[in-house]
Design a protein around this ligand. Structure first.
Ligand SMILES: [Mg+2]
Length: 201
């Protein structure tokens, strides 16, 4: 009989993929801004872009259709880190990307993280693509024990639901006060041992 592996959820954007800097680079060229990853203190992009929410979401949908989105690069250490974790755990990807991005997302995962993830779940944050799902609900349904994410909201919701959380530090989450049980990591060198520690608790 094979041992059932502990399930670990790993976000895609800004955990495995250089989403924010790619998005802002695209936005700078397309809309004449001069923003870098360090400037992003808020996940409500439209506030930083100086437009309203509808226009911000429209630009996001435009970005999801762009060549820049398709060419997004993996974050330093994420491939090695996932390869290491996949030896001991069942890894699943849980992303806010829209379901419709599957045609870019699934080949991307297959290309950079080949064979390391048993499933990809789309929480579909950007309407009007369909129903938005909470990552914590996906974690619960899928039986995820530990979640790795860069969103402070996701971290807090998962933590309160009894799921272990590793929050990758970013400019948009670093000033947020969070329960002390949430582990923060600066990079993937910190993520791997933090996941192991939480699983063993
Ligand atoms: Mg993310």
């Amino acid at each position: 009989m094979t041992r059932e592996l502990v399930k670990v959820g790993i976000d895609i954007d800004d955990v495995k993929a250089k989403f924010m800097e790619t998005l802002q680079g695209w936005h700078n060229r397309r809309y004449g801004t001069s923003l870098a990853r360090e400037n992003i203190r808020d996940y409500d992009f439209w506030k930083i872009w100086g437009c309203d929410k509808d226009e911000g979401l429209r630009r996001m949908r435009e970005f999801f259709q762009s060549a820049d989105f398709e060419a997004i690069e993996p974050i330093e250490g994420s491939q090695e880190g996932c390869r290491e974790l996949a030896r001991d755990f069942d890894l699943v990807s849980i992303t806010y990307r829209p379901v419709s991005s599957g045609k870019q997302t699934l080949p991307w995962i297959n290309n950079y993280f080949h064979g390391l993830f048993s499933a990809v779940y789309f929480a579909n944050l950007f309407p009007p693509y369909g129903t938005i799902r909470k990552k914590v609900e996906i974690c619960r349904e899928a039986g995820v024990r530990v979640m790795v994410d860069d969103s402070a909201d996701v971290a807090e919701e998962c933590y309160r639901a009894g799921i272990g959380v590793v929050l990758l530090n970013t400019p948009w989450n670093e000033s947020r006060g969070l329960p002390s049980g949430i582990c923060r990591a600066d990079d993937w060198k910190g993520v791997v041992p933090a996941v192991r520690r939480l699983v063993s608790l």
